[in-house]
Design a protein around this ligand. Structure first.
Ligand code: FES
Length: 108
């Protein structure tokens, strides 16, 4: 079993937080599941964006092309937690409200 190297803080917009220990060889989603923390997900392959989070501090690396995110969303710090691995300690905003940021609302 690998050593848990990084401290990953997950922040929900309602004020909830959880802190995980995660390695750089597992996705944030996998680390959360291992520690019993529920995060939204769908495809687990970087294609649907259901698992979108937003990096607040630290560094994550996508293990493959994050197909579900446009380049401007990536530039704004959005990440796909099913394929994002920690490279440093980090803080990430999570929850369905983050994904909702990316969805165009025709009624607005
Ligand atoms: S679960 Fe579909 S992109 Fe992460």
């Amino acid at each position: 079993m690998s050593e848990h190297r990084y401290r990953v803080e997950l922040d929900w917009r309602d004020g909830g937080t959880e802190t995980l220990r995660a390695t750089d060889d597992e996705s944030v989603l996998d680390a959360a599941e291992r520690e019993g923390v529920g995060l939204p997900f769908g495809c687990r392959t970087g294609a649907c964006a259901t698992c979108t989070g937003r990096l607040l501090s630290g560094e994550l690396q996508h293990e493959r092309e994050p197909r579900a995110l446009k380049s401007d969303s990536l530039a704004d710090g959005y990440v796909l937690l099913c394929i994002a691995r920690p490279k440093t300690d980090c803080r990430i905003e999570v929850g369905t409200a983050v994904h909702a940021d990316l969805v165009t609302n025709p009624w607005k």
